[in-house]
Design a protein. Structure first.
Ligand SMILES: Nc1ncnc2c1ncn2[C@@H]1O[C@H](COP(=O)(O)OP(=O)(O)O)[C@@H](O)[C@H]1O
Ligand SMILES: CC(=O)OP(=O)(O)O
Ligand SMILES: [Mg+2]
Length: 456
């Protein structure tokens, strides 16, 4: 923390309490000093003097992750918690605050992200160990990760207009947006005093040029229905860009990268001068690379040959969420699950795969990723600062990184095997895995964070 001296006051504390008559003088003086954190409260204002917090929510189809931050610039992380296994019970509850870690199996049925969110809030407020967060009254903002933001280029505050607009394209990412909007709906009704801000995965990709984002279909139909490439995982990509640029000591707007966000949903992005110029996901998060339960790219005609039920509504649909049988199969019943029976890539990325199907799944992933690296290397004119691995698989699978980097030898990429085997340490956001310290593109791993509620 930076500290400083306002004449007569030693600013060694994050929160300064002072007489009401002095608050405006100290606030003004603080704003003129290069201080990182400084919040000034009047001693008469006890409620205000409590540190307010920001709650950040990342609702997925099978997990809900929340983080608490202090309401200051930059926000400081207080604690995080998550419920996983919503679709594969029993649910697991975890939290972490500094060195304190806790994990338990939940006996209650938490079948929806909204139930999981309620449970998380209740537990976090009740847990004595999480003393910095005590009630919803402490919350200043709730920041929601929304995967599909349509044409929104920036985060927006939820009001009637923005909320109804988001509802209008809820069906474009039914598995992601529905869960997130359920929680937004809940916050609007149950916590009306706390402002909700929505951050979009798609916003980072608004810079993708027209020929790249346009599908070769009738443009009247395309425009009327918003049918174009949007791209996702953008909250993660902007975190990675900021972190890697800082690590390389380059301005973000001069940084060129090929970044993989490969977790249970997987995508890859070409970043030129700090802007996304292409990414593998498209109109929905189904396009591009295969994932835990997603097919990734297929010939669209396959849909009509797979089952003649394709167009019918899937039994998984509800009154609020509509999903066709084809969407259900390609999003939820494909990928690693369909090929091998497991969604856990750590069972697939092993030196001696247990079955031929596991080996095939690994080889398919390598093949598809290589195709994109080659494509993006050309689009970036060979001028790359580095190739970055992130997401659960990218951060943890030394074998996948090694296999891919060895195949990219012709692009000047090389791996330090010991650094790769070790991987990034706890709290190490970016790690260089490149061979030698010479010039040329770096091979990096970045432990990404999709809950950081900062504008890019
Ligand atoms: N050691 C490992 N090797 C390969 N894959 C791993 C390893 N550990 C975790 N994973 C994979 O990471 C994925 C989860 O990625 P993550 O980005 O954390 O989650 P999500 O995409 O659900 O947000 C899971 O599919 C899991 O199999
Ligand atoms: C966009 C997307 O696929 O998100 P996730 O990886 O969280 O499923
Ligand atoms: Mg994810």
């Amino acid at each position: 923390m930076s500290t400083g001296i306002v004449p007569g006051f030693d600013l060694g504390a994050e929160i300064i309490l002072c007489k009401p008559t002095l608050t405006s003088y100290i606030r003004k003086t603080c704003s003129e000093l290069p201080l990182d954190h400084c919040i000034v409260y009047s001693t008469t204002d006890n409620r205000e003097a409590r540190m307010k917090s920001i709650l950040s929510v990342n609702a997925g189809s099978s997990s809900v992750k929340i983080n608490f931050y202090t309401f200051e610039n930059p926000p400081r992380s207080i604690a995080d918690a998550e419920i996983s296994g919503i679709t594969a019970p029993p649910p697991i509850f975890k939290y972490q605050q500094g060195d304190k870690k806790h994990k338990e199996q939940v006996d209650e049925k938490l079948g929806t992200p909204q139930e999981a969110f309620n449970y998380l809030l209740k537990r976090c407020f009740e847990t004595a160990e999480l003393s910095e967060i005590t009630s919803v009254d402490d919350l200043q903002y709730i920041c929601h990760r929304i995967v599909h933001g349509g044409d929104y280029r920036e985060a927006v505050e939820i009001n009637d207009e923005t909320y109804h607009h988001l509802e209008s394209f809820e069906d474009l990412a039914p598995l992601h947006n529905f869960s997130a909007l359920e929680i937004v709906r809940h916050c609007r009704t149950e916590l009306p005093k706390v402002k909700s801000i929505t951050f979009f995965d798609s916003a980072f990709h608004h810079t993708i040029p027209e020929p790249v984002r346009t599908y070769a279909i009738n443009q009247e139909v395309a425009k009327a229905n918003g049918l174009r490439k949007y791209g996702f995982h953008g909250i993660s990509y902007s975190f990675i860009l900021r972190s890697v640029a800082q690590f390389l000591k380059k301005p973000a707007e001069k940084t060129n990268l090929i970044v993989m966000h490969i977790g249970s949903g997987a995508s890859i992005c070409a970043i030129k001068d700090g802007q996304s110029i292409d990414t593998s996901m498209g109109l929905t998060p189904l396009a591009g690379l295969p994932g835990a339960t997603r097919s990734g790219d297929i010939d669209p005609s396959l849909v009509f040959h797979y089952t003649n039920e394709a167009r019918k509504l899937s039994p998984a649909s509800t009154k609020e969420m509509h999903i066709s049988t084809a969407e259900e199969i390609l999003n939820k019943k494909s990928g690693w699950k369909a090929l091998t029976g497991t969604t856990d890539f750590s069972e697939i990325a092993v030196p001696n795969p247990p079955t031929k199907a596991h080996k095939l799944a690994f080889d398919i992933f390598v093949d598809r990723i290589l195709g994109y690296i080659g494509n993006y290397y050309l689009k970036l004119n060979g001028q790359i600062d580095g190739v970055v691995f992130s997401g659960g698989i990218g951060e943890k699978s030394a074998l996948l990184r090694k296999t891919l980097v060895d195949k990219c030898h012709c692009l000047g990429l090389g791996l330090d095997d010991a650094a790769n085997d070790k991987g990034p340490g706890d709290g190490e956001t970016v790690k260089d895995l490149s061979q030698g310290s010479g010039k040329g593109p770096r091979v990096l791993v970045c432990q990404t964070n999709e809950q950081v509620c900062l504008r890019s």
